[in-house]
Design a protein around this ligand. Structure first.
Ligand code: PBG
Length: 321
C-alpha cells in the first residue's frame, strides 16, 4: 500500500488542517416566534427548547443570543385566531404587534440582520399561504397582499424579506413594489425550492397555522422533483432575488448542491422544525448524542453548499463553539 488516507487523519492537528468544510456561527440564522402580550415564554411542545415569546422576553433572549455571537434572526408571528381573516388583512394593519416588534428589535439591535416571513398563513383564517376561493389557492390575487405585507415590514425596518408562499411571480412583484416605495436596500431571500414536506409539523404547532382544509401541494414542490428546483431558481434569479433558499435542508442536500453548482447567488437552507425535532426527541431518549448529532446535521448542510442555515440549533451551536 503506497496510499494510506488514514495518515491524514492521524492527529487532531492534521485533521483540522485538512478539514474541507468550515461551519461557524456566522453561517446561522436563528428562527424565533413572537406573540402579542407581556411576560410570555411558552415552550413549543413538539419543538422542545424553543418558545413563543412576547416582545419584552424576546428582547432579553435576543440580547443573550447577540452576546453569543448570533447576528441573523428570522421572526415569525403567532397571531390570535380572532385577528385572522380570509384576506390576511392583519398582516399589514397599522396596529400589528409583529410590525411594532420589528421596529423595536431593530432599534435595540441595529447591527443584526432581521428577516421576516412573507406568506398569508399566520394571518389567514384558511391557514394557507395564498388566498383561498372554492378550495383553490389563487395565485395572482395573492401577489398584491404579499406586496403590502412586504412594504409594511420594510417600513417597520426589516432587513430581509423572506417570501415563503411559493406563488408564481411573487419575487418580481415584491421587488418592484419595494423599489417603487423606495425600499431599494431591503433584500429578498426567496424560499425558492420549498417542498410540500411533512417536516413542518412543529412549526405549524408553534403558530397554530396549519391549513384548515386541504394541503399545500398545489403550490409547494413535490418532494420527488429535483429538476423543477432549477426552474424555480431561474425565475427567482430573473425576478431579482438576492439569495435562494432550499427547504427543508437535510433531506434535500442534493437540491442544495445542485443550486450551488448552477447559480452564483448565495444559497441558504432551512433546517426545518421537524428535522430539529427528530434530533431533540432522539437525544431526549438517550438514543443520540445531541451535540454531535446537531453538529453533523448542520455540517452536512454546509458541505452540500449552503452559505447560510436557518436552524433552531443556532443558539446551542453558538453556545457550544
Ligand atoms: C409558512 C412557513 C412554514 C415554515 C416556514 N414558513 C410552514 C409551511 O409552509 O406550512 C416551516 C418552517 C419549519 O418547519 O421550521 N409559510
Amino acid at each position: 500500500m503506497n496510499r494510506r488516507p488514514r495518515r491524514n487523519r492521524k492527529s487532531s492537528a492534521i485533521r483540522s488542517m485538512v478539514e474541507e468544510t468550515k461551519l461557524g456561527t456566522e453561517n446561522l440564522i436563528y428562527p424565533l416566534f413572537i406573540e402579542d402580550g407581556k411576560g410570555v415564554k411558552t415552550e413549543i411542545k413538539s419543538l422542545p427548547n424553543n418558545f413563543r415569546w412576547s416582545l419584552d422576553t424576546l428582547l432579553i433572549e435576543m440580547d443573550e443570543c447577540v452576546n453569543l455571537g448570533l447576528d441573523k434572526f428570522v421572526l415569525f408571528p403567532a397571531v390570535s385566531e380572532s385577528l385572522k381573516d380570509s384576506v390576511a388583512s392583519y398582516s399589514y394593519a397599522s396596529d400589528n404587534f409583529y410590525l411594532d416588534a420589528i421596529h423595536q428589535i431593530k432599534d435595540r439591535f441595529p447591527n443584526i440582520e432581521l428577516m421576516s416571513d412573507v406568506a398569508l398563513d399566520p394571518y389567514s383564517s384558511d391557514g394557507h399561504d395564498g388566498l383561498v376561493k372554492g378550495g383553490e389557492i389563487l395565485n395572482d390575487e395573492t401577489l398584491p397582499i404579499l406586496a403590502k405585507m412586504s412594504i409594511a415590514q420594510a417600513q417597520a425596518g426589516i432587513d430581509i424579506i423572506g417570501p415563503s408562499d411559493m406563488m408564481d411571480g411573487r419575487v418580481g412583484f415584491i421587488r418592484e413594489s419595494l423599489d417603487a416605495a423606495n425600499y431599494k436596500d431591503v433584500s429578498i431571500m426567496s424560499y425558492c425550492a420549498k417542498y410540500a414536506s411533512a417536516f413542518y409539523g412543529p412549526f405549524r404547532d408553534a403558530l397554530d397555522s396549519a391549513p384548515k382544509a386541504g394541503d399545500k401541494k398545489s403550490y409547494q414542490m413535490n418532494p420527488a422533483n429535483k429538476r423543477e428546483a432549477l426552474i424555480e431558481a431561474e425565475l427567482d434569479v430573473q425576478e431579482g432575488a438576492d439569495m435562494l433558499m432550499v427547504k427543508p435542508a437535510t433531506f434535500y442536500l442534493d437540491v442544495i448542491q445542485m443550486l450551488r453548482e448552477n447559480f452564483d447567488l448565495p444559497i441558504t437552507a432551512y433546517n426545518v422544525s421537524g428535522e430539529c425535532a427528530m434530533v431533540y426527541a432522539a437525544s431526549a431518549n438517550g438514543w443520540l448524542d445531541y451535540e454531535s448529532a446537531m453538529f453533523e446535521m448542520l455540517l452536512s448542510i454546509r458541505r452540500a453548499g449552503a452559505d447560510g442555515i436557518l436552524t433552531y440549533f443556532a443558539k446551542d451551536f453558538a453556545r457550544l463553539t
